[in-house]
Write a protein that binds this ligand. Structure first.
Ligand SMILES: NC(=O)c1ccc[n+]([C@@H]2O[C@H](COP(=O)([O-])OP(=O)(O)OC[C@H]3O[C@@H](n4cnc5c(N)ncnc54)[C@H](O)[C@@H]3O)[C@@H](O)[C@H]2O)c1
Length: 277
């Protein structure tokens, strides 16, 4: 049986990770834009990877059950990379919760049932989740353990009415969900972790850096310890380590890779952002 890597979200971060862990394996590239999936597959085919593009919407359980079936028909799924998501400026509250919070939870749940022995996965969360203050214990537990079908009915999620909060709760939920799922994935001999990137230069971030919010972005970059944005390859390097044989003792953990931006947000030059972010 061929080993299969499933990449959800054919953006720059997802592709950087996939390139590092997919040599010699079948790479399934899922995206709700089939065009994006096909383009990524073509580029990676030309770099020696064996790719299968698939159209799948992270916001739809049916769509993802279809993806699980397609991936398992191709071989044994040994790696899962979730780098799909919608940002606060791209979608309304309901869609952000549906895709980033619920969809990611379904993905962890369903691939946790088929992941191969010795397998590993990474979920791309965000530094945004680290900008929420500590949540009450009951909310943490509810986000981590509520059955996926009931997640969006949680009363405190129903009260969210701005897109930034929806994104922050979703990304916090990703991290908590990964902890919970690590206990289940572990029974199959597999690890699962999350990565919380800061500003990473992708087409989306580049738009921000050259658009109307340019000044605010540049000021944020100036105020963080690294004094620059990150690159998808740096996230790829971290993910590669977590998914390699050297990362076998790491599971259920979250890794900030943000040039120190979160540190500055809470305790340094970026504290002015607390009133708006
Ligand atoms: N770029 C950054 O600065 C940054 C920072 C922190 C977190 N992130 C997170 O990283 C992840 C990837 O971001 P990126 O910058 O590579 O973005 P991107 O826009 O380059 O890639 C995202 C991909 O996901 C796909 N996608 C969106 N919604 C989908 C859905 N419902 N189902 C399936 N596919 C879907 C898009 O078509 C796109 O190909 C996101 O979860 C984002 O929140 C990015």
């Amino acid at each position: 049986m061929k080993q299969v890597v499933v990449l959800v979200g054919a953006g720059s971060i997802g592709i950087a990770i996939a390139r590092r862990v997919s040599a010699g394996k079948r790479l399934v590239i899922a995206d709700y834009s089939f065009e994006n999936a096909k383009q990524a597959a073509q580029m990676l085919d030309n770099a020696g990877f064996e790719c299968t593009p698939v159209e799948a919407d992270l916001g739809s359980k049916e769509s993802f059950l279809g993806l699980v079936n397609k991936a398992t028909a191709l071989g044994e799924v040994v790696n899962l990379i979730n780098a799909a998501g919608v940002s606060p400026s791209q979608a309304p509250v309901e869609r952000i919760l549906q895709v980033d919070l619920y969809g990611t939870s379904v993905l962890l749940d369903e691939f946790g049932k088929v992941i191969g022995e010795g397998g590993s996965g990474v979920i791309i969360s965000s530094q945004s989740g680290h900008r929420l203050p500590a949540l009450p214990h009951e909310q943490n537990e509810a986000l981590a353990t509520t059955p996926t079908d009931k997640l969006l009915e949680l009363p405190f999620l129903k009260e969210i009415n701005d897109t930034l909060k929806a994104y922050q709760y979703s990304k916090r939920c990703n991290v908590l969900r990964v902890m919970y799922e690590a206990t289940r994935w572990g029974r199959r001999g597999a690890t699962i972790n999350s990565i919380s990137p800061g500003i990473i230069i992708t087409p989306l971030a580049n738009d921000e850096l050259h658009g109307p919010r340019k000044e605010g972005y540049l000021k944020m970059i100036e105020g963080m310890p690294a004094r620059r944005a990150g690159t998808p390859d740096e996230v790829g390097d971290l993910a590669e380590f977590l998914m390699s044989s050297r990362g076998r003792f790491i599971s259920g953990a979250d890794f900030l890779i943000d040039g120190g931006c979160t540190a500055s947000y809470w305790y340094g030059d970026l504290q002015y952002l607390k009133s708006t972010h």
